[in-house]
Design a protein around this ligand. Structure first.
Ligand code: GLP
Length: 260
C-alpha cells in the first residue's frame, strides 16, 4: 500500500490525474473504474483540462461506475448518472456506449448485478479503480459489515451515509435507502486502486483503513490486501496516521522512475 500525502486537495488531485492520464496514454483501451462524491471532482476537472489542452484521448476508454441509488432514474439531478455526465463525460471524448453505470431502475436487480460483473470481465477488468471513502470507512457503497469478497449487489445504506448524502437530496428523508454497488471483491480485482480522501472528517476512516486491522467493519481496510493500492491524501485526511512521517519520507526519496 502506498500513501501519498500532499499539502492540499488541489495538488493531490493533480497527482491523481497524472496517474490516470499515464494509464490512458499507455493503454488507449484502458478500463477505468469511477467514483462519485465531492472528492473526485477536482480529479475529473483535471482530466477534462488535460483532454482540452493536451489532447488526452478517451475515445478507446471504457468506464464502470462503482454504484448508483435504487429507484432513482438516470435523469434525476442527484443520480450518479447525472453527476458523471455533468462532471466528466460531457466534456471528454468517451463514447457513450463505453460508459457503464449500474441501473438503479432495473426490474431485476440480481440479474442486472450479474450482467454488470460479466461486462467488467468482458472488458478485460478494471485497470484503475478510483475510490473515495465514507466517514464510516465504506468504499463504493459497501457499508460496514459488507463481505470482504462481495460482488456487485444491492446494499442498504446506514443512517450515517444517508445523513452524509442528505444535502444532495434536500433532506435525509429523500435519500434512497438502497443502492447497487460493486462489491469489495469486485474492487479488489482491479489492477490498481487509487483512493482519494480530503479533509479532517476523513482522518479517522483513513487511519482505520490504512493502519488498522483488516475488517468488514471498515470496508476500506480491505485495500491492505490489494497489491497496488495508492492512497492520495491531503494533510488533514492524513492527520491521524501514525506513520505519516515515514510516508512523507518515502515520497521525498523515491527514485525518479517511481515518481508520478
Ligand atoms: C458515497 C459514494 C462513495 C464516496 C463517498 C464519499 O458514499 N458512494 O463512492 O466515496 O460517498 O463521498 P464524498 O467524496 O462526497 O465525501
Amino acid at each position: 500500500m502506498e500513501i501519498i500525502i500532499q499539502p492540499n486537495s488541489q495538488q493531490a488531485s493533480e497527482l491523481a490525474a497524472r496517474i490516470v492520464a499515464r494509464t490512458v496514454r499507455e493503454k488507449p483501451h484502458a478500463v477505468l473504474g469511477l467514483a462519485t462524491g465531492n472528492t473526485p471532482l477536482q480529479l475529473y476537472r483535471n482530466l477534462v483540462r488535460m483532454h482540452r489542452e493536451s489532447g488526452l484521448d478517451f475515445s478507446g476508454v471504457t468506464s464502470f461506475n462503482l454504484d448508483e441509488y435504487v429507484g432513482i432514474p438516470p435523469a434525476h439531478p442527484s443520480s450518479f448518472h447525472s453527476y458523471m455526465w455533468a462532471h466528466l463525460f460531457s466534456s471528454i471524448n468517451m463514447p457513450r456506449e463505453r460508459v457503464n453505470i449500474p441501473d438503479g431502475m432495473t426490474g431485476d436487480i440480481p440479474a442486472a448485478c450479474r450482467k454488470y460483473e460479466q461486462a467488467i470481465r468482458s472488458a478485460g477488468g478494471v485497470d484503475i479503480q478510483i475510490l473515495g471513502i465514507g466517514t464510516n470507512g465504506h468504499i463504493g457503497f459497501n457499508e460496514p459489515s459488507s463481505s470482504l469478497s462481495s460482488r456487485t449487489r444491492i446494499k442498504t445504506l446506514t443512517e450515517e451515509t444517508r445523513l452524509d448524502a442528505a444535502a444532495a437530496f434536500g433532506g435525509e428523508e429523500a435519500v434512497p435507502t438502497h443502492v447497487i454497488t460493486m462489491g469489495l471483491g469486485t474492487i479488489l480485482d482491479s489492477k490498481m486502486c487509487l483512493l482519494l480522501a480530503f479533509g479532517k472528517k476523513k482522518a479517522k476512516a483513513i487511519s482505520l483503513a490504512a493502519e488498522g486491522p483488516v475488517t468488514a467493519m471498515v470496508p476500506g481496510s480491505i485495500l491492505q490486501m490489494h497489491p497496488r493500492a495508492i492512497f492520495v491524501l491531503d494533510k488533514d485526511a492524513a492527520s491521524d496516521l501514525k506513520m505519516a512521517d515515514y510516508y512523507v519520507w518515502i515520497n521525498e526519496h523515491k527514485p525518479d522512475w517511481q515518481k508520478y
